[in-house]
Design a protein around this ligand. Structure first.
Ligand code: BES
Ligand code: ZN
Ligand code: ZN
Length: 493
């Protein structure tokens, strides 16, 4: 898809459609449309008179220009009350407009002026970046396996932002959104076609961008001693991978991702409805790959290390069993109470290896870790937890800026007591069933990070969407990429 900038008057250039945002109540023709409206003999003023369109959020109205100007259509898009409009709402409006253009109008090229609405607390550049992000995210679709009437499937080919002085911002927004769309592609890809080996191959591609990528196969993992990863992998016929990516120099920030390319639950098999979407249990890893990719593409001045563990969790013949005691890289032992709480087991190795061998200044892990986090927070925000207040505050702030919100969960000592085991060092399930599951999972993880500032983000609820929402598309969402890149870019602030 092409995304560009054009500095021109709206009545002067050829395009299939121009998106224009209007605040509610939208009684007057906005300034930027006045000269267009003169050419259209007042068609826009007429459209704004009726009760059908009042500029309410998500309302829209299509006005044909009847070839009186080179642009063929004007899409009036309601933004709601001016005081409620912020960058995230513009991003959402852009995503919504891309969907309307494609699915309602059947058009594959359009121009937009959404970023030209004035907001009190956001610069023109910030608005353009958000609109570029929302447009590219909103135009996303996963159609590679559809073969019937393929030529009829509309795909947005080209988006133009009308204005000046925003080209670098638009490029940046497009890079971020495309990296996020990569996460969506990986999440949506059927698990039988995206095994640990293929996920590692995607990371390997980053070498082209100057990222150093080391991929450990099963033998390599055995040599490193990642025994916990090997234990979870035992039920699967597909070999695991452990991947380390590195880019840039300076203060070292490690991103660690859970890469379960499929989570059947293991011998504690999941019921069908919970298993159905478990091809996306690798979103933590995918977000780490995509964030490193974005950092490299944008040539940000940061030192980032991306780490992920990739395996399937299957109930094969040699699968690890409830009651097993698993060895780990750190030397600590894990009592397996439930084989479906596998994410924390593989992350135990990833975190300990990262701290002890890679020695970063901070660690942020992302994982589709617990159903409990979905119960607590839904798909609106991710859970964040850890011991380092400053790091957590920085990530919460970054999330608020980019429209990927994270909410802190409590981390009292009492929760840590609940993952103590009598037969091993730690148990992979809290003592009290279905109680504080997102927090006890984090308490488990904290056993494997000794002193490095660390924060854990549970993206189980935010990584997948059952419905289309503004710029979110049904399936993988890509949540976390903008958040991480913003946090890295503004490190130390
Ligand atoms: N991958 C799941 C968590 C998950 C649930 C991710 C829903 C996305 C959406 C994880 O491995 C898991 O199965 N967790 C169990 C843990 C339980 C057995 C303690 C859960 O949350 O049910
Ligand atoms: Zn599981
Ligand atoms: Zn899982």
């Amino acid at each position: 898809m092409k995304i560009g900038v054009l500095d021109a008057r709206l009545e002067s250039f050829k395009t299939e459609l121009i998106v224009v945002g209007l605040f509610a109540p939208s009684e007057e023709v906005p300034d930027e449309l006045k000269s267009v409206d003169v050419r259209l003999n007042g068609a826009i003023a007429h459209a704004l008179k009726g009760k059908e369109f009042e500029g309410e959020w998500q309302q829209f109205r299509l006005v044909s220009t009847l070839d009186k100007i080179p642009a063929k259509n004007i899409l009036l898009l309601g933004l709601g009350k001016k005081e409620d409009v912020n960058l995230e709402l513009l991003r959402r409006a852009a995503g919504l407009s891309a969907k309307i253009v494609r699915d309602f109008c059947g058009i594959t090229e359009f121009s937009t002026t959404l970023h030209n609405v004035e907001l009190l607390d956001a610069s023109k550049q910030e608005r353009a970046q958000a609109v570029a992000e929302g447009s590219v995210l909103g135009a996303y679709q996963f159609i590679k396996y559809r073969t019937v009437d393929r030529q009829k499937i509309k795909v947005i080919q080209s988006i133009t932002l009308v204005g000046d002085g925003v080209e670098p911002s638009v490029k940046k927004g497009a890079v971020l959104a495309e990296c996020e769309n990569l996460v969506r592609d990986l999440a949506n890809e059927p698990a039988s076609n995206l095994k640990p080996e293929q996920l590692a191959d995607v990371a390997k591609e980053l070498e082209k961008l100057g990222v150093k990528v080391t991929v450990y196969d099963k033998k390599g993992i055995e040599k490193l001693g990642l025994a916990a990863l090997l234990a979870v992998n035992r039920g699967s016929v597909n070999e695991p991978r452990f991947v380390v990516m590195e880019y840039g120099s300076g203060k070292k920030i490690a991103l660690v991702g859970k890469g379960l390319t499929f989570d059947a639950g293991g011998l504690d098999l999941k019921p069908d409805d919970s298993m159905f979407t478990m091809k996306h249990d690798m979103c933590g890893a995918a977000v780490v790959i995509a964030a490193v990719k974005a950092v490299a593409l944008l040539k940000l001045k940061v030192h980032v290390i991306g780490v992920f563990v990739a395996t399937e969790n299957m109930p094969g013949m040699d699968a690890y069993k409830p009651g097993d005691i698993v060895q780990t890289f750190s030397g600590k032992t894990i009592e397996v109470v439930n084989t479906d709480a596998e994410g924390r087991i593989v992350l135990a190795d990833a975190l300990a290896y990262t701290e002890k061998v890679l020695k970063p200044d901070a660690i942020i892990d992302l994982a589709t870790l617990t159903g409990a986090c979905v119960v607590a927070l839904g798909n609106v925000c991710a859970g964040i937890i850890g011991r380092d207040k400053k790091l957590i505050e920085h990530l919460i702030k970054s999330g608020n800026v980019v429209g990927e919100r994270v909410w802190e969960l409590p981390f009292f000592k009492d929760y840590h007591e609940q993952v103590k085991s009598e037969v091993a060092d730690v148990r992979n399930l809290g003592l009290i069933p279905r109680s504080g599951g997102a927090i006890t999972a984090a308490a488990f993880l904290s056993m494997f990070v000794e002193k490095t500032p660390w924060a854990h983000i549970d993206i189980a609820g935010t990584s997948w969407s059952d419905a289309d929402l503004d710029y979110v598309r049904k399936g993988g969402t890509g949540f976390g990429v903008r958040l991480l890149v913003h946090a890295l870019e503004n490190w130390g602030e």
